[in-house]
Design a protein around this ligand. Structure first.
Ligand code: HEC
Ligand code: HEC
Length: 97
């Protein structure tokens, strides 16, 4: 059987879909960045300058000597790829949905 271009595109799509599903499910279960005083600076950096800027702030606290990540924690190069900000600022708009 000869593969047509459309077949190849379809085959390449399968891992992409699997990856998307995986990302969607991890987003739902991974801890969110708490919307507390402690995280306000990092969250402000996220709003102003995006994820990479915020992740530099994360590391000022979540390092081996202060507030370390657990043994089982996955490699944490891109914190905000997995940890999304918590949805509501408690109190600001009448608390949790
Ligand atoms: C100023 C220091 C500081 C910075 C900066 C900081 N954290 Fe934290 N983080 C803490 C402390 C302390 C705790 C534990 C107490 C708490 O929840 O505030 C914590 C807890 C957490 C938790 C666990 C929350 C839970 O529900 O148990 C996650 C996830 C987290 N931080 C992610 C991040 C990410 C991602 C960033 C960067 C965007 C970040 N933190 C920046 C100090 C910090
Ligand atoms: C590949 C996805 C991923 C990345 C990247 C990631 N984390 Fe996590 N993190 C997790 C998972 C999964 C847990 C386990 C708790 C849970 O069920 O959410 C977790 C837990 C945590 C906790 C709670 C304490 C602990 O260690 O279990 C903190 C704090 C935390 N992460 C901070 C960070 C910071 C800061 C970064 C960036 C340096 C980061 N994470 C990057 C997936 C990730």
């Amino acid at each position: 059987m000869k593969l047509r271009r459309a077949d190849i595109v379809f085959i390449m799509l399968i891992p992409a879909v699997v990856l998307c599903l995986w990302l969607l499910t991890t987003e739902q279960t991974t801890l969110r960045i708490p919307a507390d005083e402690t995280h306000s600076e990092a969250l402000q950096a996220f709003r102003d300058d995006g994820k990479k800027a915020a992740e530099k702030v994360c590391r000022t606290c979540h390092a081996a000597d202060r507030q370390p990540l657990s043994e089982q924690h996955p490699p944490g190069y891109r914190c905000m790829f997995c940890h999304k900000p918590a949805p509501a600022r408690a109190g600001a708009q009448g608390g949790d949905p």
